[in-house]
Design a protein around this ligand. Structure first.
Ligand code: CTP
Length: 396
């Protein structure tokens, strides 16, 4: 989604600069064109040549650089976004007061594009009223901020904010700012469900399935990067929490039903990528059941269908998307689920196809609506998520 987009990364002098190297790397991998502008103290930490190698472009460090093609005025215009990482207390102070005593602050003063800052500093410096006032002033002028996070600093342990957030988080916020202007999902409330639910037999044994949650997580991350407010309702999964997304953890299908029922009342879009367990033990023991010598008999009752049971609670006009996991061709069964579960679109996943399914990083799907069937090639789950959101945008 950010392929070909020009981004200017302003780097000031703090130890978190090592993370700025990863930010450049990730942006260029995603196809963005990154121009790095460094302050004098940034160049004391890391030499410009490092950023030149990562961005594949000339790094700018001074107002007086003779071989510079563009002036500071033009540099503040030609990118789609300016990101500052790390943004030190000093850089924020100079920007808040309109001081333009080096190339980066001169660009900021002349800038006509959105600005995102990732502050990084000592925790006392961040808490100081002067820094807080500078940040408030910059926010008033429309700057966006990400972080700082809490946690250890170069100078020792800390439990207060100061530390720069991780590169992934910065890149996700950059993507979101770049995309939100053009996406119909910008500002929309999107609810995504992901992963398997678990039904307890006893405190240590469960009925579940091998859904990894990867598909739903990819959809949630993609929706965030398009400017949506995303709530992710997820069952058991080992995946790291996606950036910027509100996560509600649930265990059983019944829990997922309650969380989804509450969320759809306010949602513009529901994407039901979870694999809720369809059965639960009739009885769930509170103590661990001793191992028996022979076979045991387990009665399983059906769980509620989350899509069907929450249908009446959907906000008027909400777009509902489901997934259908089918053996064999499956289009007719998927169509039947589309109608029975009141969906606008269903994503057909086939069981047993190479490069598709629960634990895979890729997926091979068809999008089925009342009107059409579109079959995609095998793609990474994030790419499937982007294509799915393209379809959802058409329906909004
Ligand atoms: N789903 C649901 N509640 C359940 C089971 C499934 O809301 N208890 C949702 C899934 O998240 C998915 C859609 O229904 O979006 C279809 O799920 P799938 O497992 O393909 O179908 P089932 O309804 O479980 O039917 P079957 O297992 O017979 O194919």
């Amino acid at each position: 989604m950010i392929k070909g987009r020009p981004v200017l990364l302003g780097v000031s002098g703090g130890i978190a600069i090592y993370k700025a190297c990863s930010v450049v790397r990730r942006l260029t991998e995603a196809g963005a064109t990154v121009d790095v502008v460094m302050t004098k103290s940034a160049a004391e930490f890391v030499r410009p040549v490092t950023f030149e190698a990562l961005s594949g472009r000339r790094v700018l460090t001074s107002l007086w650089q003779r071989d510079q093609a563009l002036s500071h005025i033009e540099l503040g215009r030609v990118s789609d976004l300016i990101a500052l990482a790390p943004a030190t207390a000093n850089l924020l102070a100079r920007a808040a007061h309109g001081i333009a005593d080096d190339l980066l602050t001169a660009i900021l003063l002349a800038a006509e594009v959105p600005i995102l800052a990732a502050p990084a500093m000592n925790d006392n410096m961040f808490a100081h009223p002067a820094t807080q006032a500078n940040i408030a002033r910059l926010k008033e002028r429309g700057w966006a901020f990400v972080g700082p996070a809490m946690g250890d600093l170069a100078e020792g342990p800390s439990t207060r904010p100061g530390r720069m957030v991780e590169p992934d988080e910065i890149v996700s916020h950059i993507e979101r700012l770049l995309n939100s202007g053009t996406s119909r999902l910008n500002g929309k409330r999107v609810v995504v469900t992901a992963g398997a639910t678990r039904e307890r037999i006893d405190p240590v044994r469960v009925v579940t399935n091998p859904s990894s949650g990867k598909m739903g997580y990819a959809v949630a991350a993609a929706a965030f990067s398009r400017g949506a407010d995303v709530t992710l309702i997820c069952g058991a999964t080992e995946l790291a929490q996606p950036v910027g997304v509100e996560v509600i953890k649930v265990e059983s299908t019944e829990d997922m039903l309650h969380a989804t029922g509450a969320a759809v009342a306010n949602a513009d879009v529901l994407i039901m990528a979870a694999a809720p367990s369809d059965y639960r033990p009739r009885e769930s023991a509170t103590e661990k059941l001793p191992r028996a010598d022979g076979a045991i008999q387990l009665w399983l009752d059906p769980t509620p269908d989350v899509l069907i049971e929450t249908r009446d609670r959907r906000r008027n006009g909400m777009i509902a998307v489901g997934f259908a996991l089918e053996s064999g061709e499956g289009i007719d069964r998927a169509r039947e689920k589309l109608a029975r579960k009141g969906l606008d679109l269903i994503v057909l996943n086939r069981v047993g196809v190479e490069g598709a399914g629960f634990e895979s990083d890729t997926n091979q799907v068809s999008f089925i609506s009342d009107r059409a069937v579109a079959t995609l090639n095998t793609l990474p789950k994030r790419a499937v998520a982007e294509r799915l959101l393209d379809e959802v945008e058409q329906l909004l």
